[in-house]
Ligand binder design. Structure first.
Ligand code: NAD
Ligand code: TYD
Length: 367
């Protein structure tokens, strides 16, 4: 049994689907269902007894504590967060509450649970009766944005790069990373932290660059490129991020940090052009024009980081993880997914999915 937090979001949702596609070990999915949580992503698991959904907040220590004692998970993977930089600029409060205070309260509940587990020396636990303290893991999912911005030509972020977060989002994630680290050093909690580059793929909320460009293009709307469009991001297909997390959970060393990335640095404008060209091929505009004509340069994001790049050498060397997709294969799969899931997009945009959630999960607050 594992607990996943934020498993109705983009990466957490993909993780839960992939996890249960590959193994029978059940998942407790604790998610507050903010605007970014979408049970429609998990619709295929609705009657699956291996997926136990709990609507709740990682900051609710009593709920989390009760869940842990009841289900005795061997691991917790913390995806839950406020994740959008632009929202963190216009309203940072939720980022402080969930990413910092929420992670702190989650860690407190996890620490109490972990202290209640048998030590390996007791002979109880991993032998079959359940998890022991040595086998337990808390895996914290974080971002490369905590490292700040790189100059052109500067070496990619390694795990020892200094923390220099620049947005309220990245500052809140940096604080959560520090808390996780402190709980290992101070209390001995067995933790793992992953810092990943920008993800893309199925079920991505269309406020982030790639899905926004796809849905706006198809709707005939402008494609807003911030500033000069030459900011660089390092892109990883979400399923590769999920496989990296599984690998770190399986073989990562307690207390260690692993950077995750696909060596795919690209300027934003190049990404937008690739999306436009794929749509020209797969769903040409009815007027015969090119989607690139919809590109519109707009005012830059305040404090916009110029470049992120991940050095994924450590996870490759020490854990043997490499991504399965190139950017070319991953972006094609992504565009095809959005073309095939117009209803998912329409529901997310219209708020219908919230009605769906309310109808199907109204009474679900505890497992
Ligand atoms: P998302 O915004 O799509 O999903 C976040 C999920 O967390 C949602 O389902 C939401 O309902 C849930 N949630 C929010 N606050 C909660 C709370 N207080 N308690 C319980 N659930 C709560 O985010 P994502 O893109 O899937 O990112 C997941 C994690 O991965 C985040 O921690 C993020 O910082 C990290 N990350 C994201 C990227 C990326 O490119 N998207 C890259 C690296 C790391
Ligand atoms: P985003 O998907 O918000 O991820 P992050 O800010 O966490 O990297 O943005 C990716 C890049 O795309 C970032 O440099 C901002 C830029 N961007 C645009 O140019 N236009 C947009 O409409 C959005 C949402 C992002």
């Amino acid at each position: 049994m594992i607990v996943v937090t934020g498993g109705a979001g983009f990466i957490g949702g993909n993780f839960v689907l992939d996890w249960l596609a590959g193994r029978d070990e059940p998942v407790i999915n604790l998610d507050k269902l903010t605007y970014a949580g979408n049970m429609e992503t998990l619709a295929t698991l609705r009657d699956d007894p291996r997926h136990i959904f709990v609507k709740g907040d990682i900051g609710d220590s009593a709920l989390v504590g009760e869940l842990l004692v009841r289900h005795q998970p061997r691991a917790i993977i913390n995806f839950a967060a406020e994740s959008h930089v632009d929202r963190s600029i216009s309203s940072p409060e939720d980022f402080i509450q969930t990413n910092i205070v929420g992670t702190f309260r989650l860690l407190e509940a996890v620490r109490a649970y972990w202290n209640s587990l048998p030590s390996p020396a007791s002979g109880r636990g991993a032998g079959g009766e359940g998890v022991d303290q040595a086998a337990f893991r808390f895996l914290h999912v974080s971002t490369d944005e905590v490292y700040g911005s790189l100059a052109p030509g500067e070496a990619a972020f390694t795990e020892t790069h200094r923390y220099e977060p620049n947005s309220p989002y990245s500052a809140s994630k940096a604080a959560s990373d520090h808390l996780v680290r402190a709980y290992h050093h101070t209390y001995g909690l067995p933790v793992l932290t992953t810092n990943c580059s920008n993800n893309y793929g199925p079920c991505h909320f269309p406020e982030k660059l790639i899905p926004l460009m796809i849905v706006n293009a198809l709707a005939g709307k402008p494609l807003p490129v911030y500033g000069d469009g030459m900011q660089v991001r390092d892109w990883l297909y979400v399923k590769d991020h999920c496989s990296a997390i599984r690998r770190v959970l399986e073989a990562g060393k307690s207390g260690e940090v692993y950077n995750v990335g696909g060596w795919n640095e690209k300027p934003n404008i190049a990404i937008v052009n690739i999306v436009c060209d794929l749509l020209d091929e797969l769903r040409p505009r009815s007027d015969g024009k090119h989607y690139r004509e919809q590109i519109s340069y707009v005012k830059d994001r305040p404090g916009h980081d110029r470049r992120y790049a991940i050095d994924a050498g450590k996870i490759q060397r020490e854990l043997g993880w490499t991504p399965a997709e190139t950017f070319e294969t991953g972006i094609r799969k992504t565009v095809l997914w959005y073309l095939a899931h117009a209803e998912w997009v329409a529901h997310v945009q219209s708020g219908v999915y919230r009605d769906w959630v309310d109808a199907h999960y109204a009474g679900v607050t505890a497992a």
